[in-house]
Write a protein that binds this ligand. Structure first.
Ligand code: SF4
Length: 168
């Protein structure tokens, strides 16, 4: 969805948003529960573990990474099980979680309770894209699509955090 501003090649090379420190586990993509039974095998053929939750009556799954850390170092990163270190995400465009297909955009709930489309401040690639281009992309329909998806699947909404830029 962001191919206008982010090339597949640069994302595959970077992989920043597909590896997680313990403190970043809140960033893991949340998928509808059915995703877990449809995607049992990750990169290299390893089994994928999930945990489950519910938000406003909508059930979701998220990959279970907490047991994968090998040190106490808070900077240690664990890869998403679908990330191949050489070729990037092994999921096809249709199978990719919605959260991943809109990264580095996020649907966030601001303290006033409203849903907004926000830009993550930490994506190394998007920081090279002029802010006006991102604003236009969101204004030209992508923002509306994200909000509609979030209304249908409320588990994808994150609470607002300082540093994120509100675009819509
Ligand atoms: S599903 Fe794919 S794009 Fe999403 S975090 Fe995992 S490897 Fe990255």
């Amino acid at each position: 969805m962001l191919s206008e501003v982010l090339s597949k090649e640069s994302c595959a090379k970077c992989g920043f948003c597909c590896s997680f420190r313990r403190q970043s586990l809140w960033e893991l993509p949340r998928m509808p529960e059915s995703f877990a039974s449809e995607h049992t095998t990750g990169a290299g053929g390893a089994s994928v573990k999930y945990e489950y939750g519910e938000e406003k009556g909508a059930r979701y799954c998220v990959t279970f990474l907490r047991d994968e850390y090998r040190t106490d170092d808070p900077e240690e990163e664990v890869r998403c099980p679908f990330l191949d270190p050489q070729s990037g995400c092994i999921l096809s465009g249709d199978d990719k979680p919605f959260d991943c297909s809109i990264w580095p955009l996020r649907c966030m709930r601001l303290p006033d309770g409203g849903l907004h489309v926000c830009l993550t401040p930490t994506c190394p690639e998007i920081n090279r894209v002029p802010a006006e281009r991102m604003e236009k992309l969101v204004e030209d329909g992508l923002g509306e699509r994200i909000i509609q998806y979030a209304e249908k699947y409320p588990f994808m909404v994150k609470e607002y955090r300082p540093g994120f830029t509100v675009l819509k």
